[in-house]
Design a protein around this ligand. Sequence first.
Ligand SMILES: [Zn+2]
Length: 404
Amino acid sequence: MRLWLIFWLLLGHLAIPYNPSPTQTTVEISDVSVVYAFGEQAIFQAKIHSNIPIQQSFLFLLPEGQTTRVVNITLDNQGQSNLPYDIKSNPIRPFARVVYWYRVITADGSVLESQKYSFDYIDNRFTWQNLDDSNFQINWYERDLSFGQQALNQAEAGLLSAQKYLPVTPTSPIRIYIYTNSSALQSALQLGLQSWVAGEASPDLRVILISIPSGPDQNLEMERQIPHEITHVLQYQMAGTAYQQLPTWLVEGTASIAELYPDPDYQVVLNNAITSGTLLPIETLCTSFPRDASGAYLAYAESTSFVRMIHEKYGSSGIQALMKKYEDGFGCNEGVTAALGSSLQQLQVQWQQEILGVDSQSVAWQNMLPYLVILVLLLAVALVSILHLAHKSKTIRPKYEVRQ
Ligand SMILES: [Zn+2]
């Protein structure tokens, strides 16, 4: 059966009549809207009318970066649907664009699907102000316009800094949301069931969330966090889904050297680790960083220093070559050898000697120490066995003497 369909669309605005014919099945969808309380509940509203009875209707939802969900909806006798959707038990990533559409099955078995609608799932617990240019949209609250302009300036400077290592231009504006404190930011992430730490980039969504408390350090914090998170967005833009295959030391090290105000405590942490012989081997930082705060801090400090050395020796083309190899599926060690012609181990020794000033012999000793301990233990066991045998042979010798 040929079907003709009329959708009266979008938030009460005018619809597009689609070859209407009085003799055929028609479905009208109008007054489509959604309201939500961030992290709590959304209510999807629509009016659905058909010239023959509706058997079933559904709402489809596709939040950006997540999978499609489908919900059965009921209509009252006016054809109105007010669907409450529990975001707590069906979390949506903060600031994701959510695409949704309706499907109606009429009594004659015809299936009709509406056009796609969308909304941005903004943290609407706050009233955001914004400023934008071609590369960025800056969003903030509880601060004045000059704060927003300052952040936009830092974002442009941060982009230039990040582009020294990754020469790519954002394909569409990067949205930056600036919270006033970390607890507000953390609660936003928890409401989205995300387990990020500190400054947060959601690079696949081209969204950056940071917290900048007011105070004398606010500019320095912006100079540190904004370029760092922009770098992650550019890394994703270059690598796509292969972003997940990049070693953590490379992802975080590159983002950290792009910071306009590098963390001054990194050198202190490195010096302490050198003195105490507790430097983490770089190959232990391939898939993740330690979970404990001090281990993670040392991992950031080492990755920053290590990637800076790679940039100094091989330039930004070296960093891009590394990314390319990892995108191609090379392992953490193999990627370094393929891209730079030196093994990760060789680079690490170079880094420790030339950058950290660690005595190579002491490094070698430290690396060999566990093996030496095992060797000494084995020798001790062997010695005890020999002595034991020697003792035994002494005690039986008289028998032979008697025979003679
Ligand atoms: Zn990072």
